[in-house]
Design a protein around this ligand. Structure first.
Ligand code: C2E
Ligand code: MG
Ligand code: MG
Ligand code: MG
Length: 273
């Protein structure tokens, strides 16, 4: 009986694997011409000061394709990372974000920073720095209106080269954020090793404050450490007034989350000025 059950389980397992593999292949294939078919749209989530002055936006990839509308963005990103599709898609995303940054800064009184998520696979492309420079030139956007968001995973492989590339971008004026801080293996060590402009505290950490007092205490420590290194803090995934209030009292600099706004279509984002 047990053997039968085991066998059955194995079959279900392989069927799932098979389905998963086919789904991936189908996604990869359809992503191949998603840009030409006009299915790739960036959404922009505003970032504010604690007293709700607009500071910048995070650009977020969205794929308008009904076939895959239930698949989380992060999963699509992972598939692109594993197939290197992220490299060309990434340059498209950076270009679109730069065009948006140029547009929004045309009428803004104060500089608005538009930040793009960058995965390590993108950084490892040998043309990464040159391509970004050429996109900046081509779009004519002010250099310090562009930000990139990286995670600690840039330190898993090709560490020295990656740091060198990020430093080169920072030196020309691009704003470098460390994303999702507080998750994974994040340690204060990364804040020292990486050339950074901003620290983004992960949403799970903001949630954590509601559940356990310890999170609040550790958060206070992180904020203090970052500030002593002259790094401002963005709190991600802020959803409630209570969270905002706590973060304000802890001297967090910027807020991003559903409390202030969901990610918006470009048209609506431009209206925020
Ligand atoms: P991330 O960079 O940490 O982006 C923040 C995510 O949190 C976004 O999810 C955003 O929609 C969501 N979010 C913002 N505020 C709230 C909130 O108050 N509550 C909740 N529950 N969620 C909130 P999204 O757009 O699904 O993106 C997921 C991840 O996919 C991103 O995490 C990022 O790692 C990756 N990603 C998204 N766009 C790109 C891209 O253009 N390029 C690359 N390489 N990665 C991207
Ligand atoms: Mg991000
Ligand atoms: Mg994040
Ligand atoms: Mg993330």
């Amino acid at each position: 009986k047990a053997k039968e059950l085991g066998k059955n389980k194995f079959m279900i397992y392989t069927k799932e694997l098979e389905d998963e593999k086919n789904l991936k292949l189908s996604i990869e294939k359809d992503l191949g011409n998603a840009i030409e078919k006009n299915e790739v749209k960036l959404f922009y989530q505003p970032q504010y000061t604690v007293d709700k002055k607009l500071k910048g936006f995070e650009a977020l990839f969205r794929w308008k394709n009904d076939k895959y509308k239930n698949i989380p963005v992060i999963k699509i990103i992972e598939i692109m990372e594993n197939s290197n599709l992220i490299i060309d898609m990434g340059y498209y995303i950076i270009r679109e974000a730069c065009k948006f940054a140029e547009k929004i800064n045309e009428n803004a009184k104060e500089k608005i920073i538009v930040s793009v998520n960058i995965s390590p696979v993108q950084i490892m492309d040998k043309d990464f720095v040159a391509k970004i420079k050429s996109i900046l030139k081509e779009t004519g956007v002010c250099i310090d209106c562009l930000g990139i968001e990286i995670t600690e995973t840039v330190l898993l492989k090709n560490i020295e080269e990656n740091i060198k590339k990020i430093k080169e971008l920072k030196d020309i004026g691009i704003i470098i954020s460390l994303d999702d801080f507080g998750t994974g293996y994040s340690s204060l060590n990364y804040i020292v090793k990486l050339p950074l402009s901003i620290i983004k505290i992960d949403r799970s950490f903001i949630n954590g404050m509601d559940l356990q007092d310890e999170y609040t205490k550790i958060l206070r420590l992180i904020i203090e450490s970052a500030h002593s290194l002259n790094l401002p803090i963005v709190a991600e995934g802020v959803e409630t007034e209570e969270q905002l209030d706590k973060l304000k009292h802890m001297n967090v600099d910027y807020i991003q989350g559903y409390l202030f706004s969901k990610p918006l279509e470009e048209e609506d984002a431009l209206k925020l000025l």
